[in-house]
Design a protein around this ligand. Structure first.
Ligand code: SF4
Length: 130
């Protein structure tokens, strides 16, 4: 593989296409949500904001979190590994894999690509195009 891949973040990301494996939803991170996210999700699930918070939200460092390694680690993935609230998924989910820690260097990038088929494909497509 080309070295210094992480320098080509925007070029590689332009080739990224989600393969819907659900792998990114099960990483060791935290899925943060805003009050607006919570309101939209609660409305979609036809429950109150209070009920949504009681069942699906914990607080971490003052932030609202709907999934973490020790809380709802499958988040809203269904049995087909699809997100039940995909059209309402929070910003962190919508921007994956354009996250700074992934693009820190080639080690972090290739580590993520070893788990995410879409990212691995994007790197391959980009390499074949240059
Ligand atoms: S909200 Fe949906 S897309 Fe985001 S981590 Fe949870 S299951 Fe995955």
């Amino acid at each position: 593989m080309t070295s210094d891949l992480s320098r080509y973040r925007h070029h590689i990301l332009s080739h990224f296409k989600c393969q819907s494996t659900g792998v990114c939803c099960k990483t060791s991170g935290y899925v943060y949500v805003t009050a607006f996210d919570i309101k939209k999700m609660a409305t979609f699930l036809n429950i109150t904001v209070e009920t949504f918070q009681a069942f699906f939200v914990i607080k971490r460092n003052g932030w609202s979190v709907i999934a973490s390694p020790d809380f709802r680690s499958n988040c809203f993935l269904n049995e087909n590994q699809s997100c039940h609230i995909y059209h309402l998924r929070p910003k962190a989910c919508r921007t994956y894999p354009d996250w700074d820690f992934i693009w820190k260097n080639d080690v972090t990038l290739l580590n993520e690509a070893s788990k995410c088929k879409g990212l691995k494909n994007a790197i391959t497509f980009w390499q074949e195009s240059v």
